[in-house]
Design a binder for this molecule. Structure first.
Ligand code: HEM
Length: 228
C-alpha cells in the first residue's frame, strides 16, 4: 500500500477516486438544494429528515471530510513533485499545456477550498449572516428555505457563490477528463466523448447551483406571501 501511494500512478488513482466521490457528493447536494424550487415546506422537510438521521449523517460527514482531506493532501504532494521534477520550462507545446492545466487545477482547487470554508461558516455554522440562521418556520422546523432566500438576496453573497460555481465548473471540466486517464480508461478514440461528457456535466452543476442564487436575486423565488 505504501509503495502504491509513493508511486505517482498510485497517487493519481487516489486523486481520481476521491475526486469522483466528491463529484458524487456535489451532484447529490445539488439535487437536495434544488428542492428550494418546490417551496419552503418541501425544503425544510427534507432538511429536517436529514438531521433526524444522525446515525447516517455523522458517519457520512466524517467520510466526506476524510475524502476531501485526502484529495487535497495527495494533490499537494503531486504538485510539489511536478515542481521538483521540472525546474526548467519545456518549450514543447504539449508539456506547457499539461503544466498549465495542472497549475490552474491547483489554483481553482484552492479557491474551491476557500469557498467550502466560507460556505460552512455561512450555512452550517451560521457565522455569516447569523440573523437568518436560527429561524424556525410555521411548523417549528429550522427554516433552511428562509436562510437561503434571505441570504442570497444579498448581491455580494450571491456574487461570491456564482463566482465560486464558475471556478468549480472549470475545475470539474478538467478533473473529470483527467480522472479517466488516471484510471487508465481513456483511449484516443474515447477522448472526444469524455471531453464532451466532462464539459456537459460541469455545466449541469454550474447551471443547477447558480439557478438558486440567481432566481432569488431576480425575485423568482421569494418568502411565501412576500411581495405578491
Ligand atoms: C447554490 C449552491 C449551494 C447551496 C444553496 C448550498 C446549501 C447548503 C446548505 C443549506 C447547507 C447546510 C445544511 C444544514 O446544515 O442544514 C450546506 C452544507 C454543505 N454544503 Fe452546500 N450548498 C451549495 C453548494 C455547495 C457546493 C458547490 C459544495 C461543494 C463544493 C457544497 C458543500 C457543502 C458541504 C460540505 C456542506 C456541509 C454538509 C454537512 O453539514 O453535512 N455546497 N449547503
Amino acid at each position: 500500500m505504501s509503495n502504491f501511494l509513493k508511486s505517482s500512478v498510485g497517487r493519481k488513482s487516489v486523486m481520481a477516486v476521491t475526486g469522483l466521490l466528491l463529484f458524487g457528493f456535489v451532484i447529490i447536494h445539488m439535487i437536495g438544494n434544488l428542492q428550494l424550487f418546490l417551496g419552503q415546506d418541501a425544503l425544510n422537510d427534507y432538511a429536517k429528515h436529514l438531521v433526524e438521521m444522525p446515525l447516517l449523517l455523522w458517519p457520512a460527514r466524517v467520510v466526506l471530510l476524510a475524502i476531501l482531506v485526502t484529495h487535497i493532501f495527495v494533490s499537494m504532494s503531486l504538485a510539489k513533485e511536478n515542481r521538483v521534477a521540472r525546474p526548467v520550462r519545456y518549450t514543447q507545446g504539449a508539456t506547457i499545456q499539461a503544466s498549465y492545466a495542472s497549475r490552474t487545477m491547483v489554483m481553482s482547487g484552492i479557491i474551491i477550498f476557500l469557498f467550502i470554508v466560507y460556505h460552512l461558516l455561512h450555512f452550517t455554522f451560521g457565522k455569516i449572516q447569523p440573523q437568518f440562521y436560527d429561524q424556525l418556520d410555521a411548523e417549528g422546523r429550522k427554516d433552511v428555505y428562509g436562510m437561503i432566500v434571505y441570504g442570497f438576496q444579498n448581491i455580494y453573497v450571491s456574487g461570491a457563490y456564482v463566482t465560486a460555481m464558475a471556478v468549480l465548473c472549470f475545475h470539474l471540466s478538467h478533473g473529470l477528463q483527467s480522472l479517466f486517464q488516471s484510471l487508465g480508461l481513456r483511449s484516443n478514440a474515447l477522448a472526444p466523448l469524455l471531453k464532451k461528457m466532462a464539459v456537459g456535466l460541469s455545466l449541469f452543476i454550474f447551471i443547477g447551483n447558480t439557478s438558486i442564487p440567481l432566481s432569488i436575486l431576480l425575485g423568482f423565488v421569494r418568502m411565501p406571501g412576500v411581495g405578491r
